[in-house]
Design a protein around this ligand. Structure first.
Ligand code: ADP
Ligand code: TRP
Length: 324
């Protein structure tokens, strides 16, 4: 049985790039026999930059509703909010005392962010220690992450090994980063990588009219309706291709190359495809967002299981440290 764990920082509604690049692959991985997935919303990490409670609650709910709308199986796996497992904070303190100061001071992500941000708080500095606690509290074997997080996994492995060596016991499992090199890059409406930081994203959960407006604003060249067009350099086609089946794809490709097919037609087809492909998920997302009690129930199932595991591990940690 492999235990796969990953955290998602909650600072916005997940967009089409997150869904195709991270959520769907993680759900596929969680379905494989022999895998057990722990997925948590890193809402305590979000406090480093997001101070407003109402925005935190709404982004946490959006992230949870998205994973549930895409059928993450909360019976087989675990979905929980990091903040509901207070054991992780206690473990963070213990781990802080095993973390060499220069290791954090030299972390790329800290150096990069502390140069750019005006609020360089200590949370930003000790962020990797909370992340290490997130992982080793649950004996995770594999941690699927993007390339930017590889160093944080190395820090996690260092801290866990140091702790194990100090007490000469395998208290913590040493986790491995799992970086998927083949993951597709979903383009945004301006053709750059879709990202919340570039404000070029498609939120598939928008009401029909607003969603259509976003799709209609995808940047194209100025070819006239009559002119044949190159599908491979067109942002609309690139997005369509990621969602369409084989027949829909070849039909769209031939529409482009034949001519007499405008970008407005292609955008309408893309919009309709998003609506039909994600009909079930869009409905489920809003059902959950409009029913916080149901969302809460779903999360509590995972939180109960996570707390049990966390309490067991902390009991062991406290006893080797002489705190029990
Ligand atoms: P953003 O760039 O919008 O801030 P994050 O950095 O929070 O997104 O990414 C969350 C997850 O979604 C990561 O696993 C990341 O690799 C994936 N992801 C983000 N944007 C894209 C994209 N345009 N295409 C594919 N995957 C993406
Ligand atoms: N730092 C991760 C990110 O920004 C989120 C995260 C927090 C995480 N704790 C984690 C990821 C533990 C994996 C494991 O994407």
């Amino acid at each position: 049985m492999s235990r796969i764990l990953t955290g998602i920082t909650s600072n916005n509604i997940p967009h089409l790039g997150n869904i195709l690049g991270a959520i769907l692959p993680a759900i596929e991985l969680s379905k494989q026999p022999g895998n057990n997935s722990l997925l948590f919303i890193a809402d305590m990490h979000s406090l480093i930059s997001q101070k407003d409670a109402a925005s935190r609650i709404s982004s946490v709910n959006s992230v949870a509703a998205t994973w549930l709308a895409f059928d993450f199986d909360t019976e087989k796996n675990m979905l929980y909010r990091q903040s509901r497992i207070p054991e992780v904070c206690e473990l963070t303190w213990y781990l802080n005392c095993f973390t060499p100061y220069p290791m954090l001071a030299n972390a790329h992500s800290f150096k990069d962010k502390s140069d750019r941000l005006s609020d360089v708080n200590s949370g930003l500095f000790t962020y990797p220690v909370l992340m290490a606690a997130d992982i080793i509290l649950y004996d995770a074997d594999f941690v699927p992450v993007g390339k930017d997080q590889i160093q944080h996994l190395e820090i996690t492995r260092d801290i866990a090994s140091k702790f194990n060596a100090q007490y000469n016991q395998d208290i913590f499992v040493i986790p491995e980063a799992k970086v998927d090199e083949t993951v597709m890059i979903v383009p945004g409406i301006d053709g750059q990588k879709m990202s919340k930081s570039y404000n070029n994203f498609i939120n598939i959960f928008l009401p029909d009219k607003d969603l259509k407006k976003v799709v209609m604003s995808i940047v194209t060249d100025a070819k006239t309706l009559e002119e044949p067009k190159d599908p491979d350099t067109c942002n609309v086609f690139k997005l369509y291709q990621l969602l369409a089946d084989k027949d829909q794809n070849s039909e769209m490709r031939s529409n482009y190359t034949k001519g007499n097919y405008g970008y407005g037609h292609a955008k309408t087809a893309l919009y309709e495809l998003i609506i039909s492909k994600f009909e079930k998920q869009r409905n489920r997302y809003w059902e959950l967002m409009n029913n916080p009690a149901e969302l809460e129930r779903e999360l509590q199932v995972g939180e109960e299981k996570a707390r049990k595991m966390a309490a067991e591990k902390l009991k062991l940690v406290r006893s080797v440290l002489g705190f029990s």
